[in-house]
Design a protein around this ligand. Structure first.
Ligand code: HEC
Ligand code: HEC
Length: 448
């Protein structure tokens, strides 16, 4: 019932009141008055006293009746509507564009499982012969100048999770490199390789380490070809993989290693089982972590089935990102995050880095390009603050900021609930669901 209903009800009440008063007047003047032989003045006084009693009683009835007919919610809703209308008028008067409400307007993020086969370039199809040859080359120390280091020295794929568990790698003569060895597992899905994304393919990438003076120290690619050619036992496998009667080339060596690496994939993580339909594959904490991974915005960079915007799945125009975006002094100092500029111009405060895949990340400590962080929860805290500008803390009420944009002349309220210790633990739990069951079993057996 709106205003009109209320007015009609008041009109009827007033009419009834007037009639009642008139009846009372007649009763006192012509019935009660003559009976009790009152004077004219007294008669009027009595009418007034009885009349006011009747008015008071009617008012009481009207109030009770109104409260019954207009329940609380109706009155509240009415007030709210009025105030929001006046807010709109205020906004118009002050030429303020209301901030659109984002809820329900954003496209939902779709989670994907890892394919069972890695794509290969047309000129280098993955054949069993090439894979077998590549596996042998990957483990051959003859590819280094002093025959002490193979690819697997730093990327242990037989006993380890495809890396070396060192902060930075050890190459020939015990020389220490400047960066952490990433895992080669699932590198086959990345569109660009190395921490800074400088290699465009696995084939190109594999020509790098043999020539790196700290890693394998070969003087030239011809020297690498020579090493393989002089080992007679390679002739037959090369003939099987590339056809008989050819001279072994660096292109073939690189092609075979790349073909082998395309078989180093792990589509067997609990996360993949979950996305493929096994509802029980993730725990409650992992599910909470999965939601946080999305709502905190980790998916803005670590997206798609390989958890990297730098993967072959959605060839992003920017596989590299600033890191740290928000240079949090505490972390930048403690972990020397800006000492290495990545793909950036040297001397810049912030580096540019390829977005790494997060598959098997729980098995590949230490973390980041310089291997400076041992603990996965700490990396999550660094990422949340440095990449998303999140605050950390256990105050779940959060903070409300009023943000006035002078440029757009818009005002809005941002509610930034800080990331609690439990949230961090849940994200870590989710990241653990990206670990291959096969590699995790090795880890439990203590070989990792
Ligand atoms: C001395 C240790 C060492 C050796 C030997 C070595 N690597 Fe690496 N590998 C590294 C390091 C360190 C990086 C990261 C370097 C960078 O980003 O600048 C890397 C990066 C890679 C990557 C990129 C992974 C990614 O996610 O981008 C691949 C693939 C790879 N190596 C394969 C190989 C192959 C194949 C060989 C043998 C031909 C090899 N590595 C030899 C230490 C080594
Ligand atoms: C703006 C892009 C961006 C966002 C958002 C982002 N990351 Fe990262 N992440 C990166 C980059 C770039 C690196 C590589 C940093 C380096 O060079 O050391 C990285 C590295 C990592 C690593 C270490 C990987 C390794 O092997 O050492 C983890 C773990 C990680 N991110 C998790 C997260 C989580 C969890 C979130 C959400 C809280 C997140 N990231 C948000 C870009 C991002």
């Amino acid at each position: 019932m709106g205003n009109a209903g209320l007015l009609g009800f008041m009109n009827i009440s007033i009419v009834l009141l007037v009639i009642g008063f008139t009846v009372l007047l007649f009763m006192v003047q012509f019935e009660l008055g003559p009976l009790s032989r009152l004077s004219t003045g007294r008669k009027w006084l009595m009418t007034l006293v009885l009349g006011s009693g009747m008015v008071a009683f009617s008012i009481k009835l009207v109030i009770i009746f109104t409260l019954l007919r207009f329940p609380e919610q109706t009155i509240r809703a009415h007030i709210n509507m009025q105030s929001s209308q006046s807010l709109v008028q205020w906004e118009r008067r002050n030429q303020i564009t209301p901030v659109p409400v984002a809820v329900g307007m954003q496209k939902a993020y779709v989670w994907q499982a890892l394919p069972e086969v890695a794509p290969a370039p047309l000129w280098n199809p993955t054949t069993p012969e090439k894979v077998a040859l590549g596996e042998r080359l990957f483990h051959d120390k003859a590819l280094s100048i002093d025959r002490t280091v193979s690819c697997s020295s730093c990327h242990d794929v037989r006993k380890g999770a495809g890396e070396d568990h060192r902060r930075t790698s050890l190459g020939i003569g015990g020389q220490r490199g400047g960066r952490n060895a990433p895992t080669v597992w699932n590198a086959a899905f990345q569109s660009v390789l190395f921490w800074d994304g400088r290699a465009p393919s696995l084939e190109e990438q594999s020509k790098g380490p043999p020539l790196n003076p700290v890693e394998m120290g070969m003087p030239s690619l011809q020297a690498v070809e020579q090493r393989v050619r002089e080992n007679e036992s390679y002739r037959e496998p090369f003939a099987r993989a590339f056809g008989a009667g050819q001279v072994i080339t660096i292109t073939q060596i690189a092609a075979a290693i790349a073909a082998y690496e395309r078989t180093l994939i792990t589509p067997d993580a609990p996360y993949d089982r979950f996305v493929r339909g096994d509802d029980k594959a993730l725990s409650a904490a992992q599910l909470r972590g999965m939601e946080l991974f999305q709502s905190v915005g980790c998916v803005l960079c670590h997206s798609g089935p390989n958890f990297s915007g730098a993967s072959l799945f959605d060839p992003s125009p920017s596989p590299q990102r600033l890191f740290p975006v928000f240079p949090e002094r505490k972390y930048v100092g403690r972990y020397r995050l800006t000492r290495d500029a990545g793909a950036n111009v040297p001397g810049s405060k912030q580096g540019i880095w390829r977005i790494p895949s997060l598959r098997n990340v729980a098995l590949t400590a230490p973390y980041l390009h310089n291997g400076s962080v041992d603990n996965l929860a700490e990396v999550v805290r660094i990422m949340a603050t440095a990449q998303r500008g999140k605050r950390l803390g256990n105050d779940i009420e959060g903070a409300k900021f009023i943000v006035w944009s002078r440029q757009n002349r818009t005002i809005s309220r941002i509610e930034s609930v800080p990331l609690s210790d439990r949230d961090v633990d849940d994200i870590v739990a989710f990241l653990k669901s990206l670990s291959s069951e096969m590699l995790a079993a090795r880890s439990r057996a203590g070989t990792l």
